[in-house]
Design a protein around this ligand. Structure first.
Ligand code: ZN
Length: 330
């Protein structure tokens, strides 16, 4: 099997609408006002410059998702339900004429598990979306209290996700303010993409595993980005520790087994060959997919790195596009 570098599929790729501009502004504005001015056009663009960059990077297809934290940080469930519906409709309309290049993940109002189930089904059935992307925990009413996806209220939600046969992409967001303050005050550089987002998302993945949801739903598929949100490097230690100190962990299998059955990672915004080798050795190339995290990171940089990694054509084809085709039935 030859690796075709023009056929890549990327699936942690974000857009925003005017409604959510204030949510995404902090990530750009810290680079300077002119960066934010340029970024506004970049993040709202779907089929203009984005398509040119996809061509340049050899990305044949992109699965689009609403940026972080957006729906998940809306405190009022009714407003979250309404916003998710509108943004999913907008996305479906925006890609309708470009189905050869774009697919989509639904944004879900996780503030209401029942509404999230309904919206997931609606987006798959009416629009042909390929699952959902959720920006981690949500808050309901109180901004200081995170509601994690391993809460028992989400059991019916995960059962429905399993039935659809499509994965959920679990994406980072900044932790709640009291935790952010306790951990990162005076070191704000660590709070987001340099560290905080990723260990927080890794924690949520382990919470899901520890809740036993993957034992209840053995076919449930979760996707996580950034080369596995720090987890592959630590898998032996976590697995070994739980085998001797199980405490309230409800997982029936050794922890590392879920990374071979229920979890697939992407290379989004983590172009490290040593990190990729670690993930390959823990999870195999069947469980790794290319992605770029555009527009927060560069499609070209990710593509140039990936096209030149010193692995076999078979492994590059799997990670570059074959795994995504299979997982999302593209
Ligand atoms: Zn992202």
């Amino acid at each position: 099997m030859m690796y075709d570098k023009t056929k890549k599929i990327a699936l942690e790729e974000h857009f925003a609408t005017e409604e959510f501009m204030e949510d995404v502004k902090p990530w750009f504005i810290k680079e300077g006002p002119e960066v934010w001015e340029r970024a506004k056009a970049t993040i709202t663009d779907i089929s203009g410059k984005r398509l040119e960059l996809m061509d340049e990077a050899g990305i044949e297809k992109t699965i689009l998702s609403l940026s972080s934290p957006t729906i998940q940080c809306i405190l009022d469930p009714a407003k979250a339900i309404d916003s998710a519906k509108r943004v999913n409709e907008y996305l479906a309309d925006s890609i309708r004429d470009h189905k050869d290049r774009f697919e989509a993940f639904a944004a879900l109002p996780t503030q209401s598990p029942e509404a999230a189930i309904e919206e997931l089904h609606r987006c798959i059935e009416e629009y042909g979306f390929k699952g959902a992307l959720i920006n981690g925990f949500c808050q309901i009413g109180d901004p200081d209290v995170p509601v994690y996806l391993d809460d028992p209220r989400y059991i019916p939600f995960w059962e429905e996700v399993e039935k659809t046969g499509y994965p959920v992409y679990l994406h980072p967001r900044t932790t709640v303010e009291p935790v952010r303050k306790a951990e990162f005050d005076g070191q704000t550089w660590m709070a987001t993409a340099a560290w905080g987002w990723h260990c927080q998302t890794g924690t949520q993945v382990l919470r899901l595993i520890g809740s036993g949801i993957f034992d209840r739903c053995p076919n449930l598929q979760l996707v996580i980005g950034h080369m596995g949100e720090l987890l592959p490097m630590f898998l032996w230690r976590t697995t070994n520790r739980v085998s001797t100190h199980k405490r309230e962990c409800k997982a029936e299998l050794p922890i590392n087994q879920y990374f071979l059955r229920n979890i697939t990672i992407t290379t989004s915004a983590n172009c490290s060959t040593p990190a990729l080798m670690c993930a390959m050795m823990e999870m195999s190339t069947d469980r790794i997919m290319f992605s770029t995290d555009y527009p927060y990171d560069s499609m070209k940089q990710s593509a140039d790195w990936f096209d030149n990694i010193p692995f076999s054509d078979l492994d590059k084809a799997k990670m570059g596009y074959e795994n995504a085709k299979r997982l999302f039935r593209l």
